[in-house]
Design a protein around this ligand. Structure first.
Ligand SMILES: Nc1ncnc2c1ncn2[C@@H]1O[C@H](COP(=O)(O)OP(=O)(O)O)[C@@H](O)[C@H]1O
Ligand SMILES: [Mg+2]
Length: 265
């Protein structure tokens, strides 16, 4: 009877874990959609640019054809440029779809420096518009972590958007974000990859540090307070840790530590 009981316990526990997994990924999905809302201007711009280029290339092609002696070589170049730009637009849409898709979590070996690089590209326009300088230290050849690419991108995206928002109130010469990916030993995690996102904003009030990762905690008038709470649940589901603090010379610092694949502590 004791064996049966144990099996039932294990089955029940697994069912609970599966359910938790699904709830987490649904929440993560909802917050990704919300985050994409914050990126609407950039998204529109990224799709519009290649579309505008296609129109210009098409017009140029027609002009080359409409000449008394049509220039087929130039027409061909215009058509090729149209195809390149159409490909670019479709790449943007594919990236967005991946971010908004309701996918079941996929586990892959990931290079966190590459994931950070891709995420930085998503906020390129936000950085430019707000005049924020991004210093990135993303070495190649770090050992991989195991996890879901979209979810980990979401964590870094939340941290970057928060940092950009924190810098909005700062004078232009004090708008810097630095992103670093390093290998490090972490107590209780062992061999780990550590991602640090720091900004030169006003930092976090001492009293808020303890509540930062709580669901619905926000100090922004249009904030939802879900970004950090979902980020923490994602990081912990990956066996990692996320922590926040203030830099000695002002500004917030966030650190995400994830175990190196195969180095279970
Ligand atoms: N880089 C940062 N600098 C200062 N405060 C921050 C930073 N990142 C997050 N915070 C604080 O944490 C709160 C919660 O962040 P988050 O969970 O992303 O929700 P939201 O962005 O919707 O407010 C923010 O409202 C802000 O008070
Ligand atoms: Mg946020």
């Amino acid at each position: 009877a004791s064996v049966l009981e144990t099996n039932t316990d294990v089955t029940a526990q697994r069912a609970t874990e599966d359910k938790l997994d699904r709830t987490r990924s649904e929440l993560a999905h909802l917050s990704r959609i919300a985050t994409m809302g914050e990126l609407t201007a950039s998204i529109a711009h990224e799709v519009n640019q290649p579309l505008a280029a296609i129109v210009a290339n098409g017009e140029a092609g027609l002009r080359w054809l409409g000449r008394a002696a049509p220039d087929l070589g130039e027409t061909k170049k215009s058509i090729e440029a149209m195809l390149r730009n159409a490909q670019r637009a479709s790449d943007v849409v594919r990236r967005l779809r991946a971010l908004s898709a309701k996918s079941t979590p996929a586990h892959a070996m990931l290079d966190l420096a590459a994931v950070a690089e891709e995420t930085a590209q998503l906020v390129e326009r936000e950085l430019r518009v707000q005049g924020v300088r991004l210093l990135a230290d993303l070495p190649t050849g770090l050992p991989p972590v195991e996890g879901d690419r979209v979810q980990l991108q979401q964590v870094l995206l939340n941290l970057l958007l928060n940092a950009i928002q924190a810098l909005g109130a700062m004078p232009p010469e004090r708008r810097t974000i630095s992103v670093r990916v390093q290998r490090g030993e972490r107590e209780s995690l062992g061999d780990a990859i550590v991602v640090t996102v720091e900004d030169t904003g006003a930092g976090i009030a001492e009293a808020d540090l303890a509540r930062l990762f709580d669901a619905f905690f926000t100090t922004r008038s249009d904030g939802m307070g879900l970004g950090l709470s979902i980020s923490r649940s994602i990081v912990e589901a990956h066996g990692g840790r996320i922590e926040a603090g203030n830099r000695p010379d002002g500004g917030a610092t966030f650190r995400v530590c994830l175990p190196v694949a195969g180095s279970a502590a």
